[in-house]
Ligand binder design. Structure first.
Ligand code: PAF
Length: 283
């Protein structure tokens, strides 16, 4: 089957309905394009868990606040299209802004409380934009499975909660973070860094790994471990910390850290690049 590029809502819906009618399951990989190896692993996860794979490419304006990098966000549709074809996707869904957000668009989806913590504290409208666009994509593509990356741990957990709370009939799969050789998590935003900033950026994953080891050993309090992460990151002269948090994965607060899964998450600026990364401790 040759890969299709679909730009219209009605064609996307008809294709999905036809696939379901023929008895196929559909896996969706929502992306904002400028694909890297992390996305390739999401596509392969979708292919493994469904018969047909749709990759959506849409730089979603509602998840960027004024002054953030919406205009600068890297775009290269022809390259993305080629990559999707090589990876065996069946459809690239590539809608325009006008189609996704007509001028009189007034409806949003919000996951209360969770959307205001961690990254939501400094990006207050971000997750409202994410949950809204993901809802729209689910309604248009009607996937059986949707795949998100562990690197965006808060996003993945919020989407899981939204799916549960709003009774979406879609299984959410979380695919492990893909890293450069030096440990830096792959991200479309890594290209914003200067050479010097890029050289320092692996300090983030090093600090997270150190924190995970300390947490598992159990000798230090979460507060001390957090301070150690901060001190370690500060050894990189270009790093400007947005936040470092050790929270539970249920409501992203610092309560109940003795039981349940733990998320150690951070966001740090290196120049224009706001990098996020995390580790989860499963218990
Ligand atoms: O993770 C992303 O690239 C975006 O937040 C998503 C899920 C495609 C929604 O725009």
């Amino acid at each position: 089957m040759t890969m299709k590029v679909i730009e219209s809502l009605s064609q996307m819906r008809s294709w999905s309905r036809m696939m379901h009618h023929e008895g196929h399951t559909i896996g969706l990989v929502p992306t904002m394009g400028y694909l890297h190896e992390g996305h390739l692993s999401l596509i392969q996860t979708a292919r493994k868990h469904s018969d047909r794979t749709v990759v959506s490419i849409f730089v979603n304006p509602t998840q960027f606040a004024p002054g953030e990098d919406l205009e600068a966000y890297p775009r290269d549709f022809q390259r993305d299209r080629r990559i999707c074809e090589e990876q065996g996707a069946d459809v690239v869904f590539y809608p325009s802004n006008e189609i996704m957000y007509p001028e009189d668009h007034k409806t949003y989806v919000v996951t209360e409380d969770l959307a205001g913590r961690l990254c939501g504290a400094s990006r207050p409208i971000h997750f409202k934009g994410v949950t809204t666009i993901v809802t729209k994509l689910f309604n248009i593509v009607e996937p059986d499975v949707a795949v998100f990356g562990q690197k965006d741990a808060q996003q993945a957990l919020i989407i899981k909660r939204m799916v549960r709370d709003l009774n979406f009939d879609v299984e959410i799969l979380i695919s492990p973070t893909v890293r450069e050789e030096d440990g830096l998590a792959m991200s479309s935003r890594n290209k914003y860094m200067t050479h010097g900033q890029r050289r320092q950026a692996p300090v983030l994953y090093q600090s997270l790994q150190m924190a995970k080891d300390e947490f598992v050993k159990g000798d230090l309090s979460p507060e001390l471990i957090k301070n150690n992460i901060i001190d370690n990151i500060k050894t990189a002269s270009e790093a400007k910390i947005d936040y470092v948090q050790i929270v539970n994965t249920e409501d992203f607060t610092e309560t109940d850290l003795e039981k349940g899964d733990i998320l150690i998450a951070l966001a740090v600026f290196f120049g224009k690049a706001r990098l996020i990364d995390n580790v989860i401790i499963k218990r």
